[in-house]
Design a binder for this molecule. Sequence first.
Ligand code: FAS
Ligand code: PHB
Length: 392
Amino acid sequence: MHSDRTQVAIIGAGPAGLLLQQLLRLGGVESVVLERQTRAHVEARIRAGVLEPGTVALLEKAGVAGRLHREGLVHEGVELAVDGRRFRIDLRELTGDCVTVYGQTEITHDLFAAADAHLSPIVYEAEHVLLHDLDGERPYVTWEKHGVDHRIDCDHVAGCDGQHGASRAALPTGVTHLFERHGSAAWLGVLADVPPCAPELIYAESPRGFALASMRSSTRSRYYLQVDAHDALEDWPEARFWEELARRLGPDAAAHLTPDYALERSIVPLRSHVIEPMQWGRLFLAGDAAHVVPPTGAKGLNLAAADVGLLADALIAWHKGGGASLLATYSGRALARAWKAVRFSWWFTGLTHRAAGADPFDLQLQRAELDQLRTSRAAQTLFAENYVGRFA
Ligand code: FAS
Ligand code: PHB
């Protein structure tokens, strides 16, 4: 058994784990990241695309926002299309803030580059990660790599290993409460090297179902369709995808669609979980390890960043002799924000998606709420504050 020691053992090299490692480093706290997959596997993931101002500020604080500012697209508004009829919500005018379109894939690349530059230790292909003695003062983590057993002793463990990770499994059942919701729909996502069909994102509600026109750059688009949770990629040949997307976005956007082959296609179910509390003993959860939201509100990645900002400050305070109060209150503060994002994500999903076999009365309520969002400044202001992540 190879043994080692660090101050914080971070499980998972997704955006939460990698961002936490850089913020801790800048605060003078040592850490080691343990990642189950290869670096290439992590770097190849296609996921989120919209960053709240708070996330951009944290990436700036971590010293990894240079390319984001050069290549990211600043969006001052977002559009909704109701049965093809579009209206714009002016985020800048209503909140003074905006969002930045910059793919999670690029954030991962930027965080790996920072880890390389600062020799931040990351162990890839760490298998069978197990967390030990979390309720004591000397926790440790074990794993296996290429048949060799390893152990690292630490003061704290950060569970940043997503919705299927080892950290969630380490929480004792009697201590936690798991809140879950499974939707009846899923999102079929397509990434293609075609110019976006509109200058800003379009969230489209239509009798045929939801669609989203997003982007990664001026030459690369990201599109989504609401599909049945049981659909498979084989049910959606590319021609069918593009035809359905055009019908749901409406004629103006459809006229600017340029169908081409997909660089990547995936189906993601719409579901949620939230674990309370997000900490136990010396284990602290952050990101998808603690909560998952439907991607409608573009909150998943941004919530992970918000957790990491709180956790990094709390761990740095503890390790620099500033006491344990920030650590003791971490879960409550993170959950207060998380639940507001979960609420917005499910509200926005219900507003823009068509539930199979929806009750006609509910459809009328949905249309009335969409019409109010189109006409009411107060309704648009609340939407804009949620969309830019102003949950205080
Ligand atoms: P992640 O899941 O990104 O990272 C966890 C890491 O831990 C992974 O690298 C994993 O390999 C590793 N790991 C897991 N188990 C382990 C173990 N036992 N030991 C060691 N390592 C382990 N959010 C949006 O805002 N917009 C979107 O459009 C969007 N699309 C998504 C599409 C898909 C297919 C998925 C799955 C999620 C999507 N999300 C989206 C949400 C997503 O972006 C997450 O919120 C974000 O990746 C959260 O980051 P992390 O918490 O770091 O978790
Ligand atoms: C994306 O570009 O992947 C994206 C954008 C906004 C969302 C969800 C996903 O709400």
